[in-house]
Design a protein around this ligand. Structure first.
Ligand SMILES: [Fe+2]
Length: 134
């Protein structure tokens, strides 16, 4: 199932919401490239395209946490770090085995579940803190 951004995913912070939309676009691009059986070189570019945006997005959220002295910064950062580690493992597996429909299905399930849970809990908590601090 394709991941779609909708209002229920909104955390109420425009910058964070926009970045989540872009993240979802890039996840969908990856899943599409993988399930269409595109070549390893081409899929590899989409993996990196997503990977670099993940870092950019986490970095900007973490900068906001720092700037506003967010008390939950450590726990939130831990979730980011764990995800970056998992993404590295996924990338390594892809480099080893290449693309397959099974890996595409797994990646989609994992990425969409992670993002949904992360947005619904910790990002929402951060956004409501930012709203109060503004
Ligand atoms: Fe986050």
């Amino acid at each position: 199932m394709r991941l779609e951004w909708n209002e229920t995913l909104s955390v109420g912070n425009t910058m964070i919401d926009n970045q989540h939309k872009e993240l979802i676009n890039r996840i969908n691009a990856l899943v599409e490239a993988m399930s269409k059986g595109k070549g390893k070189e081409e899929v590899s570019k989409v993996v990196d395209f997503l990977g670099s945006y993940i870092i950019k997005h986490f970095t900007s959220e973490e900068a906001l946490m720092q700037r506003f002295n967010y008390p939950e910064v450590a726990a939130h950062k831990r979730e980011h770090t764990a995800f970056v580690e998992d993404f590295k493992k996924f990338k390594a597996e892809f480099q080893k085995t290449g693309t397959s429909s099974m890996l595409a299905i797994r990646a989609q399930k994992w990425l969409s579940t992670w993002l949904f849970n992360h947005i619904s809990k910790v990002d929402r908590m951060l956004a409501s803190f930012l709203k109060k601090s503004a």
